[in-house]
Design a binder for this molecule. Structure first.
Ligand SMILES: [Zn+2]
Ligand SMILES: [Zn+2]
Length: 293
């Protein structure tokens, strides 16, 4: 039986010709039968692709052979072969859409002026030395944090990444401006940008979790400071770090803990909400809260 893998990585590096990189990446991934999503911008690459293990290894090898992507930190996970509907390779204004393309500056070493990177071990050392003073700040969309987050984390009111600037400028977090703040997201890319935005808006002691929740979970599993499930953007929808993890979110119908998001059946809505598999099987709660039962 074929073994399938998914790789997730990003590189912030100046690209003189994003269109050419796009054409090359598309031809490479397509020739290997891979599917997934690749974003290219003048600031680098952000990719999640999956396929048969030998093909994925070839893709990684040939991507890293391109000098600007040589240092890519590749995160591997298990795939099913049906993790992505298609292959999409696009050029965008930003690798992650915070709608601040002019505010982010990228050099050969990556994003300029971001928060200090902390390895999972360094994060624990910071918490050991600064204790309760340390604030975790979720760099994802609110929905993602509903099923899992760092213990005690602040979760901003964000429907998409576009909402962060407004949140940071709302005054709601001004009392945190001199506290040690650790931002975190799935694989680390959103924090590369978010920490710049925070520092530019007067937050003075900002850190980012290197490799994101994915690397943290590999290191500490369910025995550290993380609680619940990790929301992921492929066919799996969520993942857990070993046995015994329980989602922090609950089924809208029966209240049981569940990490499973479903779409509202109203075709003009399609909002995602939590509903457990038992309630889905019974046909309960077909609509989101806003559309009614
Ligand atoms: Zn239920
Ligand atoms: Zn709805």
């Amino acid at each position: 039986m074929a073994v399938h893998k998914i790789v997730l990585f990003y590189v912030f590096t100046p690209l003189a010709d994003p269109e050419a990189v796009k054409l090359w990446q598309f031809a490479l991934a397509e020739s290997l039968g891979l599917k997934g999503r690749v974003i290219i911008s003048k600031d680098g690459i952000n990719a999640t692709v999956g396929g048969e293990i030998g093909a994925v290894k070839q893709y990684v090898k040939r991507t890293k052979a391109y000098a600007p992507f040589h240092g890519a930190d590749i995160k591997w996970s298990e795939g099913t072969g049906a993790d992505f509907p298609k292959l999409s390779v696009k050029v965008r204004e930003e690798l992650v859409t915070f709608t601040v393309p002019e505010e982010i500056k990228v050099g050969a070493e990556g994003v300029i002026g971001g928060g200090e990177h902390l390895s999972p071990e360094a994060l624990h050392a910071l918490v050991d030395s600064r204790g309760e003073e340390v604030v975790f700040f979720d760099g994802r969309n609110r929905m993602e944090a509903e099923i899992g987050r760092f213990r005690g984390a602040i979760v901003p009111e964000t429907e998409t990444t576009r909402d962060f600037v407004g949140e940071l400028e709302s005054g709601m977090y001004d009392d945190l401006k001199n506290r040690p703040i650790v931002t975190y997201c799935t694989g680390g890319i959103r924090c590369e940008v978010l920490t710049v935005l925070m520092k530019n808006r007067g937050f003075t002691d900002v850190y980012q979790l290197d490799g994101g929740i994915v690397r943290y979970g590999e290191k500490y599993g369910n025995d550290g400071l993380w609680d619940g499930s990790l929301y992921v953007f492929d066919g799996r929808m969520h993942m857990e770090f070993g046995d015994g993890a329980e989602s922090l979110g609950s089924c809208v119908s029966c209240g049981e803990k569940t990490p499973v998001y479903v779409n509202c059946e109203n075709p003009s809505c399609r909002t995602q909400f939590l509903r457990c598999e038992a309630c889905t099987d019974k046909g309960l709660a077909p609509h989101c809260g806003a559309c009614g039962a």
